[in-house]
Design a protein around this ligand. Structure first.
Ligand SMILES: Cc1cc2nc3c(=O)[nH]c(=O)nc-3n(C[C@H](O)[C@H](O)[C@H](O)COP(=O)(O)OP(=O)(O)OC[C@H]3O[C@@H](n4cnc5c(N)ncnc54)[C@H](O)[C@@H]3O)c2cc1C
Length: 466
């Protein structure tokens, strides 16, 4: 009997889609070419990077903050091999969790590379070269993304690495040069700086973190510099000479001009990610892609070929695990005849550095460009009681509310634990809250979330503690 649904790819988009489809009674299978389930996020993305961020942040706290709170531990040291093992254990637990959920939901897994031979037919080629063809009513492509590369700079995952190699360096590099000041570059730069590397980040644009509210990004930039990260903005890496013991990196002004040569032990290329569709056979069945290689879908995740859908990093939109998950649920519900839907106005975005940046909704720049009138409420963590006693007073909360209706249009948090706090803002926005709704909601004391309430009060210029 054919399947109701075959999902190609088991990342957060694919595995969540498969589970939701199985819950809705569909006979579901997943094709995955990697040895373990969970995709980029669980194997080489979100999960291992957060393990390294967590461990390195605690190391830095033990070194620099414990004494301020009266804790004496002596000088801590890093056992990198053990830290990498801790990271691997975290990955292992998570990918096994997906395998368990597949079993629980009676989802069949086929290990091998999936190719759409025709609508309704998925060919699976196993590592030993054997192929089989599976029949299905519907196909969801969830093949994710791959590292974007720089022309002429070959990634060997040893000295010139992508995020994957940078999560597994066997020793702390003396000098790490990172190409790209986006989220991945700043997160991994923070990890290796904390562990002892001298880190220089080269960025093409004249600011870090493109797409993040500029006031937040520029304050954060100064904080990172204070922490010891160096930056070269408006600059581009053109050549990496690998012939010597150390790498010689040619850096030029973005606008062109005299180049300089910098030395590094490791170069991390972190200029973004590109949709991954290799070997899927899309050309053969005529699935359309846009000019950036993303599969084109309509509001119901349908490609132009009947019975073939796509979700996650392989289609347009923010390349985030939770966006892929939401789309996975939505497409499964649509296939079951329900009204699956994703609200793209409320997708939180988090940078897991110290402090963290978390945002949801529009930035000031976006509102200005769209000519939307807005009021701003801001509250600094220096005025939050819990932040004071925790010694985490860096940063602020900023709320942007519609000037006419007071509806919350964007929330931006720079501060410790911002990633956990942004959930409140997302729920409020999903329910169409005004800043007054947040301001009138009782927040527990003493918590960092009181800064959100105070920022909401500040929209109407009535913050209590500032
Ligand atoms: C270092 C790093 C850190 C990140 N941190 C975060 C974070 O903190 N938060 C966040 O939200 N996002 C983060 N991301 C992004 C996140 O990992 C992606 O947005 C997410 O994994 C996309 O999910 P997906 O299901 O679309 O695809 P993926 O997770 O990329 O999964 C695609 C899967 O498809 C499989 N596949 C591909 N082609 C085939 C084929 N033909 N046949 C069979 N299988 C195939 C692949 O092997 C893979 O397992 C991070 C990414 C990186 C690289």
């Amino acid at each position: 009997m054919p399947y109701d649904l075959i999902v190609i790819g088991s990342g957060p988009g694919g595995y969540v889609c498969a589970i939701r489809a199985a819950q809705l009674g569909m006979k579901t299978a997943v094709v995955e070419k990697w040895a373990t389930l969970g995709g980029t996020c669980l194997n080489v993305g979100c999960i291992p990077s957060k393990a390294m961020l967590n461990a390195s942040e605690l190391y830095e706290e033990a070194e620099h903050k414990f004494a301020d709170m009266g804790i004496k531990v002596g000088k801590p040291s890093v056992d990198l091999a053990a830290m990498l093992k801790y990271k691997e254990a975290g990955v292992d637990g998570n990918v096994k969790g997906v395998a368990y959920l597949f079993k629980k939901n009676k989802i069949e897994t086929f290990h091998g590379t999936g190719r759409i031979a025709a609508p309704g037919k998925v060919e699976v080629k196993a590592d030993d070269g054997k192929t089989q063809v599976l029949e299905t009513k519907n196909i969801v492509i969830a093949t994710g993304s791959d590292v974007a590369r720089l022309p002429g700079i070959a990634i060997d995952e040893k000295r010139i690495v992508s995020s994957t190699g940078a999560l597994d360096l066997p020793s702390v590099p003396k000098k790490l040069l990172i190409v790209g000041a986006g989220i991945i570059g700043l997160e991994l730069g923070s990890v290796w700086r904390r562990l002892g590397a001298e880190v220089l980040i080269v960025e093409f644009l004249d600011h870090i973190l493109p797409g993040i509210d500029r006031e937040v990004a520029s304050q954060f930039h100064r904080m990172l510099q204070k922490q010891g990260l160096s930056f070269k903005l408006s600059s581009k890496v053109t050549v990496v000479d690998t012939s010597g013991k150390t790498l010689k990196v040619k850096v030029e002004p973005a606008a062109g001009g005299a180049a300089e040569t910098l030395e590094a032990d490791v170069v991390l290329v972190a200029i973004g990610r590109v949709p991954y569709t290799e070997g899927l056979g899309l050309e053969g069945i005529g699935v359309q892609k846009d000019n950036r290689g993303r599969i084109t879908v309509d509001a119901h995740y349908r490609t132009n070929v009947a019975g073939v859908y796509a979700i996650g990093d392989v289609i347009a939109g923010p390349m985030l695990a939770h966006k892929a998950e939401e789309e996975g649920v939505a497409v499964a519900e649509i296939l079951a005849g329900q009204a699956g839907h994703v609200n793209y106005d409320v997708i939180p975005n988090v940078v897991y550095t110290y402090p963290e940046i978390a945002s949801v909704g529009k930035t000031e720049e976006e509102l200005k460009a769209a000519n939307v009138g807005y009021n701003v409420g801001k509250f600094p963590f220096t005025a939050n009681g819990r932040a004071k006693v925790n010694l985490t007073t860096e940063g602020f909360v900023k709320i942007l509310a519609d000037a006419k209706t007071d509806r919350v249009l964007g929330v931006h948090i720079l501060g410790a634990d911002a990633g956990n706090m942004i959930g409140e803002a997302a729920v409020a926005m999903e329910f169409g809250a005004s800043s007054e709704d947040i301001a009138r909601t009782c927040h527990a004391h003493p918590t960092l979330t009181e800064a959100i309430k105070e920022a909401a009060l500040a929209v109407a210029k009535r913050a209590i503690n500032f």
